[in-house]
Design a protein around this ligand. Structure first.
Ligand code: NAP
Ligand code: ZN
Length: 348
């Protein structure tokens, strides 16, 4: 065991505060990583505050981890000390079920091991602790290679926000000229705009914040649609081939579905609590509604290589660890440009 500095929430209502945690001794297939930066995902807030239920306290959030390999287990040959690596939302899975064999570990039939708040059933049986800490020990199969030359701080958010938006855009074959709407300009949304643009789509940012228009254009959006404007939904009916909804708060899905053309597809990646869907929103124009969960390890590496090739990085606000509670409050007010990233030097 090694004692590691971390930040944790002790209950759904407690602010995050310093905590020492124990990381396991590296097994033969483990990689020990010194964490340089960790992005702040809205899922961290949902989890710390038990908004999805099932949070185990104390919880150390953080699943957009980048850093340097500090040491490797005796059987690890792929990873070398000093290499730049990343860890996303998963740290293990069974490796033998159909989903794992198809490189979709996020759908592991026995349940993937989340980077935080999961029982480490293929490891030491403890509850996993995430990246708001100075170091982590991860099975070698769940470590990602950070392509040469990518700045680590601006790459951290790709490990969740990047893959979560890349995966559905790629899976549904978004291509040059497609009319794509990205809903919500936050961490996921800003990566969605950049990645859809890199795929050649005509991208419209669909936002409820008028103040984000100039930024949306700077990030690469071709157009900006303010949902608060009178008749916004009516005036844009049947406009899009594909909509990616990244919104973290309850909203009316039916209104957004109405902006899809006949046969168009809307994919939900945002996970607010329930919001009713009317059959007519889908049936009458043979529309499709789907969900998408992060991406497998192979696809995450593919996304990192795609982003390196197309020079796609996150726009970040670097914060010291002790600013995390303020960052959460600002995220809840949609006041994030466009991902908070924790500089872990501030904890070390
Ligand atoms: P975020 O940075 O807080 O961004 C969410 C955005 O949603 C806001 O910036 C805002 O954009 C929009 N929004 C907020 N409240 C709204 C409201 N009442 N009505 C309409 N729009 C609203 O959050 P994030 O980190 O991108 O995460 C977004 C969601 O995705 C969260 O629910 C998170 O848990 C989920 N998530 C899912 C996966 C997955 O695998 N499926 C992975 C990671 C995260 P505007 O100001 O532009 O409207
Ligand atoms: Zn996330």
């Amino acid at each position: 065991m090694s004692t590691t500095k971390a930040y944790a929430a002790q209950s759904a209502t407690a602010p995050l505060a310093p905590l020492s945690i124990e990381r396991r001794v590296a097994g033969p297939h483990d990689v020990v990583i010194d964490i340089a930066f960790c992005g702040v995902c809205h899922s961290d807030v949902h989890s710390a505050r038990n908004e999805w239920g099932g949070t185990r306290y104390p919880i150390v959030p953080g699943h957009e981890i980048v850093g340097t390999v500090a040491s490797v287990g005796s059987d690890v040959t792929r990873w070398k000390v000093g290499q730049h690596v990343g860890v996303g939302c998963m740290v293990n899975s069974c490796g033998t079920c159909a989903s794992c064999k198809e490189h979709e570990e996020q759908f592991c039939e026995t349940g993937m091991t989340g980077t935080y708040n999961s029982i480490d059933k293929y490891g030491d049986g403890t509850v996993t602790s995430g990246g708001y800490s100075t170091g982590i020990v991860v099975n070698e199969d769940f470590v990602l290679r950070i392509p040469e030359g990518m700045p680590l701080d601006r790459t951290a958010p790709l490990l969740c926000a990047g893959i979560t938006t890349y995966s559905p855009l790629h899976r549904y074959g978004v291509k040059a000229g497609d009319k794509v709407g990205i809903v919500g300009l936050g961490g996921l949304g800003h990566m969605g705009v950049k990645i859809a643009k890199a795929m050649g789509a005509h991208v419209t940012m669909i936002s409820h914040s008028a103040s984000k228009q100039a930024d949306a254009e700077r990030l690469g959006a071709d157009d900006f649609l303010l949902t608060k404007e009178a008749d916004a939904f009516k005036n844009n009916a049947k406009r899009f081939d594909f909509i990616l909804d990244t919104v973290s708060a309850p909203h009316d899905y039916n209104a957004y579905l109405g902006m899809l053309r006949r046969g168009g597809t809307m994919v939900l990646v945002g996970m607010p609590d329930a919001s009713p869907i009317h059959a007519g929103s889908l049936v009458l124009q043979r529309r499709q509604l789907a969900g998408s969960l992060i991406g497998g390890i192979k696809e995450t590496q593919e996304m990192l290589d795609f982003c390196a090739k197309h020079k796609v990085l996150s726009d970040i606000e670097l914060i010291p660890m002790d600013q995390i509670n303020t960052a959460y409050e600002r995220m809840l007010k949609s006041d994030v440009r466009y991902r908070f990233v924790i500089d872990m030097k501030s904890l070390g």
